[in-house]
Design a protein around this ligand. Structure first.
Ligand code: UT7
Length: 328
């Protein structure tokens, strides 16, 4: 078995900003309510003609440059997304083609907000087994195309963006590596967050469009409870399974879901808030893109240093949840 390590990161955000004040003009809400209940102040959204793969490609170019890897070296391109450009083909083939990753297989991975964490686990297993030497892993979303901007319960939360990471086979003498990943799912809770129409169960029709069933719908309170418990369980499981204590952790990069969910979870574990990287005030919840966008910012700000013990935790529709634990 080989070891995989994370060789480079990248991120891309649309230029267009949608502030809480902008939303005040669209639904019955206020900047004060949104900041107090979620911590979000603004989010980025795609403009007309801009698509998920555009963001994914820009983030990927940065990650490849940071890793010093050429597109031809890639054995796989994996895009964690629930908002691909088209239902078919995958967003990943658009990325693979634009980059010129001629030797890579390419596929999307739908695990909602856990998409990037799932993709890291899958990509690193390709490296561990020797199937690939380098894998490009992306989280990319254009959620604004699926948000119902008349539903104040959900439209305040979501934003668009992409983040990427290059996974590579560990070099001789290096200690940086992905220590462990664990992935979980509970399809019994599949109705908590969903896009009801547009799939085989409810194909597009004038009625589904009229009823806005192609938009995301969500049971916010139940998701809140689920996410809080998942975050606590993931932190505890990742440490217990690998023989670490709370104080060994240098930084947690969580799914940027809601600052109250993160604060509530932190009361149940012995990890100080300074060890949690949060940027949701600027971008909202970008689903699969949120962990890699936050990761890129944490790296750029020098919050992650060589030798650090780093934990990614995420949870979302499905329900799905999971972690990656890394020695940076
Ligand atoms: O990646 C996972 C994606 N999903 C999530 O992250 C959702 C997780 N859940 C949440 O973040 C929170 O549940 C929300 C932010 C969605 C809602 O916050 P909450 O504190 O759970 O509010 P609530 O649903 O308990 O509603 C409290 C009140 C209600 O009014 P009444 O019934 O008390 O009169 C809502 O109608 O707040 C009202 N409300 C709003 N008021 C102003 C709900 N949304 C809004 C809004 N502006 N945007």
């Amino acid at each position: 078995m080989y070891r995989a390590w994370l060789a480079g990161t990248g991120a891309s955000l649309p230029e267009k900003v949608l502030t809480n004040h902008d939303l005040e003009g669209m639904v019955d809400t206020s900047d004060e309510w949104i900041v107090q209940r979620t911590g979000i102040r603004e989010r980025r959204i795609v403009q007309e003609g801009e698509v998920t793969s555009d963001l994914a490609i820009a983030a990927s170019r940065q990650a490849l440059e940071a890793a010093g890897i050429q597109p031809e070296d890639l054995g796989a391109v994996i895009v964690g997304t629930v908002t691909p450009d088209k239902v078919c083909p995958s967003a990943a083939v658009f990325v693979q083609n634009a980059l010129g990753a001629v030797n890579a297989c390419a596929f999307d991975l739908n695990a909602a907000c856990t998409g990037f964490v799932y993709s890291i686990a899958v990509g690193s297993s390709f490296i561990q087994t020797g199937l690939c030497e380098h894998v490009l892993v992306i989280g990319a979303e254009a959620l604004s195309r699926f948000v119902n901007y008349s539903d104040r319960n959900s439209c305040i939360l979501f934003g668009d963006g992409a983040g990427a990471a290059v996974l590579s086979r560990q070099k001789d003498g290096e200690d940086s590596h992905i220590i462990d990943s664990q992935l979980f799912a509970d399809g019994g809770a599949r109705d908590l967050i969903q896009i009801p129409a547009g799939g085989a169960a409810l194909p597009a029709s004038p009625e589904t469009v009229e009823a806005r069933q192609h938009c995301l719908s969500m049971n916010g309170r139940e998701v809140f409870k689920f996410a809080t418990k998942a975050m606590v369980d993931l932190i505890n499981t990742s440490l217990e399974r690998n023989g670490f204590k709370y104080e060994d952790l240098d930084i947690i990069v969580p799914h940027q879901v809601n600052s109250r969910i993160i604060d509530t979870a932190l009361k149940k574990v012995d990890v100080p808030k300074e060890k949690i990287f949060i940027n949701l005030d600027k971008y909202g919840n970008t689903s699969a893109a949120s962990v890699p966008i936050a990761l890129r910012e944490a790296v750029e700000e020098g919050r992650i240093q060589k030798g650090n013990l780093v934990l990614f935790v995420a949870f979302g529709a499905g329900m799905t949840w999971g972690y990656n634990l890394l020695r940076w």
